[in-house]
Design a binder for this molecule. Sequence first.
Ligand code: HEC
Ligand code: HEC
Ligand code: HEC
Length: 478
Amino acid sequence: MRNVSPFNALLAVALGIAGIHAATARAAETTAHSSSNDLVARGEYLAKAGDCAACHTAPGGEAMAGGLPIDSPFGQIYSSNITPSRTHGIGDYSQAQFARAVREGVRADGTHLYPAMPYPSYAGITDDDMKALYAYFTQGIEPVDKAPPATQLPFPFNQRWLMGGWNLLFAGGKPGAPINGKNAAWNRGRYLVETLGHCDACHTPRNAAMGEKTSLGLSGGQIGPWQAPNITSDPISGIGAWSHQELVQYLRTGSVAGKGQAAGGMAEAIEKSLQYLSDDDLSAIAIYLKDSTPVRNPKDVRPAFQYAGNGEGYEAGLRGHNPGIGLDQPGPGYLALTTGAQLYSGYCASCHQTRGEGTPDAAFPSLTHNSVLGRGNADNLVMVILGGAHIDTQGNEQLMPGFADELDDKQVATLANFVMQHYGNPDAAVTADHVAMLRRGGPNPAAALLPAMIAAAVLLAFVLAWLARFVARRKRMH
Ligand code: HEC
Ligand code: HEC
Ligand code: HEC
């Protein structure tokens, strides 16, 4: 216990006044101490639910000391040191200043944070929870007197005050109060999904200015090269056809046979945050998701996990067509097919088996009936082929190696198309150029913004020129 928060100081003073006898005062002190311990413990749980460590603890770095680079379309943004260090952390933040940073994205010195810190989601954190978070961050973790690298974005994005305008448009509208007519579990689920768990930060689509399209909440978003799928209650495009229990299991372990696994940012969210939530809290999340406003993509015709490709193992297919030719000797006219088959045979079949059926114990999951392969695009499959998948939940570790160094873009595209056709959604196709783009870190919305910015600049130039002429004419007239 390092610092005494103003709250605890007040409590101690209040209790001190009330206690006349020394013995009573001592008892009160113990009570104050254990209630502050409770507060810190609650804050720790909330920090888990909010997944603060995902961004504020760099791999191999000290807890909450920041320095993790977060990719944005405009460059890398480094997370802050939020240990109670007085020199480099939040040691000198009052509770109100801390709350303002977390809810509104404004530092104690008045400068704006970038929304790489998900304050638009955290805006709805209750006062009680904020108090507990503050207790945890000021008393529950070790101070680290180290500065994270400075964030240096190019002009105009280095003008932090501009975020004030962005906030007016896209932040601060978070509902806090529970919705009447919905039960406690639903409201708890809503709070965990929309506020603390900031699921929307990944799962809600964004507009050209990177603001969330709130009317399409949770209907699927893009984070770097990854697609965060639609998790609304829609039975075709979303998770409506998952059972309550399957959702809870996915959030706890990242793996449900016949539905899917978690890779990328989702594996991280489960590993660092969701696996630690109580049964009641995970159940509340599932209740809320299954009752969320459904959003259907008209292109989707059945749930992603229903796809099973053409159901053929590649070996049977080859034998049927060309009995004399083995996999290692592609025959004329079979080059494209055998290349995909060869790649699958060489890199994937040892674990996922020749028909993509996985192993019976699901230690190596089935590729058929796997939601990652039932989508309209193969992006997440490509990301898994490149980077592999890893998740570690309470002693249960799952690991798939990545093949970014061994396979070139064309091979990855050929393999992904083969896997989609044989085990997933045969309509999803990917090109080598697309793989190259994903390898570079995904589409660049800043590039998409550029034409709009040039148009705005040209318009501004016109307006200025017109104003100048107008002023000149007025002068002449006088
Ligand atoms: C998705 C990543 C992410 C998550 C999750 C996240 N943060 Fe942050 N946070 C950041 C980044 C990045 C910054 C620095 C932004 C900048 O420099 O503009 C930041 C800055 C802050 C600051 C400002 C400190 C300062 O003076 O610079 C506070 C306080 C803070 N975060 C607290 C929290 C808490 C508490 C949680 C969990 C409830 C949390 N953050 C979760 C990314 C994150
Ligand atoms: C850092 C980004 C990120 C955050 C935060 C996040 N997710 Fe995800 N989520 C993903 C990605 C990416 C996938 C796809 C994983 C894959 O394909 O292996 C995913 C997949 C899922 C799936 C599986 C859906 C399907 O059809 O396969 C569910 C359910 C889910 N997320 C729920 C949640 C909930 C609930 C939260 C908040 C508590 C959350 N996610 C927070 C990125 C995120
Ligand atoms: C050494 C064994 C191994 C090999 C080789 C392997 N995988 Fe995997 N794969 C796994 C394991 C284990 C998982 C589950 C990982 C998890 O749950 O995080 C997995 C998961 C997956 C998933 C689901 C990921 C998600 O986001 O839901 C896909 C798709 C996949 N593998 C495709 C492939 C392809 C294609 C190849 C060939 C390039 C391949 N795997 C090679 C072991 C392997």
